[in-house]
Write a protein that binds this ligand. Structure first.
Ligand SMILES: Nc1ncnc2c1ncn2[C@@H]1O[C@H](COP(=O)(O)OP(=O)(O)OP(=O)(O)O)[C@@H](O)[C@H]1O
Ligand SMILES: [Mg+2]
Length: 228
């Protein structure tokens, strides 16, 4: 069976979809389950298919299944885990931590909770997600639940940032998802970050894209410790 990895947060705009896409392309043989009505990754996938139909060669196979409207059953999820090495669930930011968040918490091997240093984000997590985690840990005893510090300053040190989240008493991934403008734009035309980096036309763009790739690779390396 493939591994099921979820990106979960009660807060919107904390990089869940961006990370889902970066992880899927880094892992390869992945299926993203887009559970958000906004369908950002579903749109990305259609752009990608359109490019392909024009003869454009893609670097890696990524499937996207859209479950923004209909319910994702546990049977469907298990079917996908039977077909792909990684199933990556992109959850919507559900302020009341609803059904989609529960599905992700209960069925995932690894739940990644991106967390920004802001007081509002910390409070939202404490109010809406932490109370659900005890239930989730009981329902999913093999699951791992980890925090990933995101939107970190490029020069941010790991230790100080990690220390900030210690009071939440959850494992913190020892890698930072840094604030880099490349992450805002790489995905146009259904591209992956790898393809964006290959296609960079200036040295400056290439250096920035490689720095972004190196952030993702470090995150993947650290996540692998939690996936074992
Ligand atoms: N590491 C990063 N550095 C800078 N900007 C980023 C980074 N990751 C994501 N972004 C930008 O931040 C915004 C929010 O990202 P994204 O859509 O991935 O978050 P989300 O948690 O999926 O949001 P939503 O809850 O609306 O689904 C987007 O404009 C995205 O391009
Ligand atoms: Mg999203």
């Amino acid at each position: 069976m493939g591994k099921i990895i979820s990106l979960v947060s009660p807060k919107g705009g904390v990089t869940k979809s961006t990370l889902a896409l970066c992880l899927a392309s880094a892992y390869g043989n992945s299926c993203i389950v887009d559970m958000d009505r906004q369908g950002s990754l579903d749109t990305w996938f259609h752009d990608r298919q359109n490019r392909e139909s024009e003869g454009y060669e893609q670097d890696v196979r990524i499937q996207v299944e859209f479950y923004g409207q209909e319910e994702l059953t546990d049977k469907k999820l298990m079917d996908l885990a039977g077909q792909y090495e990684y199933v990556i669930i992109d959850c919507p930011g559900e302020s009341e931590a609803g059904e989609k968040t529960r599905t992700a918490l209960v069925y995932s091997d690894l739940v990644i909770i991106p967390i920004n240093e802001s007081e509002f984000d910390l409070n939202s997590l404490l109010d809406h997600l932490v109370p659900l985690l005890d239930y989730a840990k009981e329902a999913n005893p093999k699951g791992r639940f980890v925090l990933l510090p995101v939107f970190c300053h490029v020069n941010a040190g790991l230790e100080k940032t990690i220390a900030k989240f210690k009071p939440l008493e959850l494992d913190v991934v020892e890698a930072l998802f840094r604030y880099r403008t490349v992450f805002k734009r790489f995905a146009e035309n259904g591209q992956t970050l790898e393809k964006y980096s290959e296609n960079a036309t200036t040295a400056r763009e290439r250096i920035r894209a490689r720095a972004a790739l190196s952030d993702v690779n470090e995150i993947v390396l650290q996540l692998n410790n939690h996936l074992r």
